[in-house]
Write a protein that binds this ligand. Structure first.
Ligand code: PBG
Length: 336
């Protein structure tokens, strides 16, 4: 016999776990995981040339923002008390190397400055550091003449992009491209240029996932094909430890697991071993699935959203990127 086995000692139930479930007050006191607005991050899309926000069909309730509506969304996020925003830009013009990503007047860089001004000290402004929204082929990096994603040539573009984002006022750069060595390349250029205060969030364990589907619509993605030569194989759990170890060694301040719900085992592994904070990204497809089922009346929307984010926290995420961040913060306020 190992440890405490109450059913052997007390067949009539001296130990009754239901005691702690009997009232709302008892359940609240004994909850082993909590979700707090401060640990939520809201992803936001801003599209060049829009006058009004444009709905994203596959993500009901989420929009592509205009420059003005983005400012309002950041103010609302600060008001809601969430921890941060993650910005994605959708440019009007794309090319092979993603020139708009490094142009100080590019849609994302302008949005970073606007958001940082709006946020003040109230929340952390983070920017997606990846080329896929900016390239005409839709890949996260630049291509070799024969069409493969060129890792080391891409690092040069990421370094330039990191500088543009830091100069625009980003507090955190989110490296989502899954190139080898991207964290070191970006950390080095930031430090050399005096931006040692800008933090690096490494999308360390990012899987080649079908759950990014609706995001492709959100950023008008040009991709034809997939990202399996750079994003991780969904079959691999141990490999996440390698990616996380590399990113931490290269100077990552925060590491991420993405997607969240289909990868809670990976998230639990990373949370158990990481020496830096761990983020998880509840991605567009996770959002769309719950919204679609709720719209059909098949699940209770509010309960499903709450449970999904709670499960990601329970698995070990310190912070959660979720499209429900602001609405969820409102519910949490109501309940506290
Ligand atoms: C790449 C990036 C993607 C997402 C965030 N950053 C798309 C991809 O890797 O294909 C997906 C986010 C989501 O699905 O919500 N810039």
């Amino acid at each position: 016999m190992t440890g405490f086995e109450p059913h052997l000692i007390s067949p009539v139930g001296r130990v009754r776990p239901r005691r702690l479930r009997a009232t709302p007050a008892m359940r609240r006191l004994n909850a082993q995981t909590r979700v707090h607005p401060a640990s939520l991050v809201l992803p936001l899309f801003v599209k060049e040339g829009l006058r009004e926000p444009a709905p994203i069909r596959s993500m009901p309730g989420v929009v592509q923002h205009s420059r003005d509506s983005l400012r309002r969304a950041v103010a609302q996020a600060a008001e809601a008390g969430i921890g941060g925003v993650m910005l994605f830009g959708v440019p009007e013009h794309r090319d092979a190397v993603g020139s708009q990503a490094t142009d100080p007047h590019g849609v994302l860089n302008v949005a970073i400055t606007d958001a940082a001004r709006e946020a003040g000290d109230a929340l952390v402004v983070q920017a997606d550091l990846c080329l896929d929204e900016f390239t005409d082929h839709g890949h996260c990096g630049v291509l070799t003449p024969d069409g493969r994603v060129d890792n080391d040539a891409t690092l040069v573009r990421y370094a330039a992009m990191a500088l543009a984002q830091a100069q625009a006022g980003a507090h955190v750069v989110g490296l989502s491209g899954m190139m080898d060595g991207q964290t070191a390349a970006v950390r080095d250029v930031l430090d050399d240029d005096g931006h040692d205060d800008v933090a690096v969030l490494a999308y360390a364990a990012k899987y080649a996932s079908a759950f990014y589907g609706p995001f492709r619509e959100a950023v008008d993605s040009q991709l034809d094909g997939d990202r399996r030569t750079y994003q991780m194989d969904p079959a691999n759990r141990r490999e996440a430890a390698l990616e996380v170890a590399l990113d931490i060694a290269e100077g990552a301040d925060i590491v991420m697991v993405k997607p969240a719900m289909a990868y809670l085992d990976v998230l639990a592994d990373v949370a158990a071993t990481s020496t830096v904070p761990v983020a998880a990204y509840q991605v567009s497809g996770e959002y769309a699935m719950i919204e679609a089922a709720a719209a059909n009346g098949w699940i209770d929307r509010r309960r499903a959203v709450m449970e999904s984010v709670l499960s990601i926290r329970r698995a070990g995420a310190d912070q959660v990127l979720t499209y429900w961040a602001v609405e969820l913060a409102g519910w949490l306020q109501e309940e506290s």
